[in-house]
Design a binder for this molecule. Structure first.
Ligand code: ING
Length: 315
């Protein structure tokens, strides 16, 4: 018997083509939201930038990007139906999208919406990968550093009715600090979306490593912070560019308990027991009992790897 059952769903999106409209995309999200609710999910996690094609692969000026790919309000005219349907179904959701703020700032953002369709939390992506310059020789660009500002609201955890939920986005998952900051706030579930190209434009990385590193980071993070992880891909071939699938739900044990089978629209589900996280937090990852921050200073004080080498013992 599960002590603290929590129905957790991930809705993986297949490709969104540049010519696809937001309405077409929202219709796909709604269909998966309904399936998630029918399977008993309390939360369904959608991908990063879930309303449009992964536009950072294109070079354009910021104004054109804003006009075509950013949301000036959330909910907006085309996304309100997501909130209304969530309230009717009694299901919460995580949605990633390109945020244009009232004062004209641009972030790669996700919102956490509760079962009454209230936005309980917002996260703005902090680890922006890629570059801001035009690389005409590259097969495609990765211009998140051009189109988005670094998130200015930190990594937070929100105390929803049944679980403490944190959020991050895509590249954030590769950095242990992301997870530890949420672990130190008592996160029980971390939701994230991602768009991960299978081709590396910087060096000839073997494609199988993309999936390996994706799952490795989720499993390590889940275990080392005793959290449930729900990770949702936008997957498949968008305008000729392939994005990995591999949407997954990972338990605090580090074990993958559900994983997408394909690269299309697909809902995966797990009746999670949040009590598993409690067990790991009480024992092996009892932060208060075992962590020694007095020896961790370099993690805060230093950005890049430095050259201060250790000296041999003197006694
Ligand atoms: N995408 C990729 C990600 O971090 C990437 C970019 C892939 C960077 C592999 C480094 C290595 O999954 C986004 N959107 O961050």
């Amino acid at each position: 018997m599960l002590k603290r059952p929590y129905g957790l769903a991930v809705a993986q999106l297949g490709p969104i083509q540049p010519q696809d409209t937001r309405a077409q995309c929202v219709a796909r999200l709604l269909e998966m939201m309904r399936e998630a609710a029918s399977r008993g999910a309390k939360l369904v996690v959608f991908p990063e930038l879930a309303l449009t094609t992964f536009f950072p692969r294109y070079w354009m000026n910021e104004q054109e990007a804003e006009q075509r790919y950013f949301e000036a309000s959330m909910p907006g005219p085309e996304t309100a139906i997501l909130f209304e349907t969530a309230r009717k179904l009694g299901i919460g959701f995580y949605l990633g999208y390109a945020e244009l703020t009232k004062d004209g700032r641009r972030f790669n953002t996700a919102v956490l919406v509760d079962a009454q369709a209230n936005i309980v939390g917002r996260y703005r992506k902090i680890h922006l990968p890629g570059h801001s310059d035009h690389k005409p020789k590259a097969p495609f660009q990765h211009l998140e550093k051009k189109y988005f500002e670094v998130g200015n609201e930190g990594f937070k955890v929100w105390d929803t009715k049944e679980a403490k939920i944190g959020m991050c986005i895509c590249n954030d998952r590769r950095w242990p600090e992301t997870w530890r900051v949420m672990g130190l706030q008592g996160a029980e579930i971390v939701a994230l979306g991602y768009n991960t190209p299978s081709v590396n434009i910087h060096w000839p990385e073997p494609p199988h490593l993309r999936m390996f590193h994706h799952l490795l980071t989720l499993q390590a993070a889940a275990y080392q912070n005793a959290v449930w992880v729900a990770a949702s891909a936008k997957a498949g071939v968008e305008d000729g560019s392939h994005l990995i699938g591999g949407s997954a739900i990972v338990a605090p044990s580090g074990e993958i308990v559900a994983q997408a089978q394909g690269e299309g629209d697909e809902v995966i589900f797990c009746q999670a027991d949040l009590a598993m996280g409690d067990t790991f937090k009480q024992h092996v990852f009892n932060f208060a009992a075992h962590r020694r921050p007095e020896h961790y200073r370099l993690i805060i004080d230093r950005v890049g790897a430095g050259s201060t080498m250790g000296a041999p013992p003197t006694d």
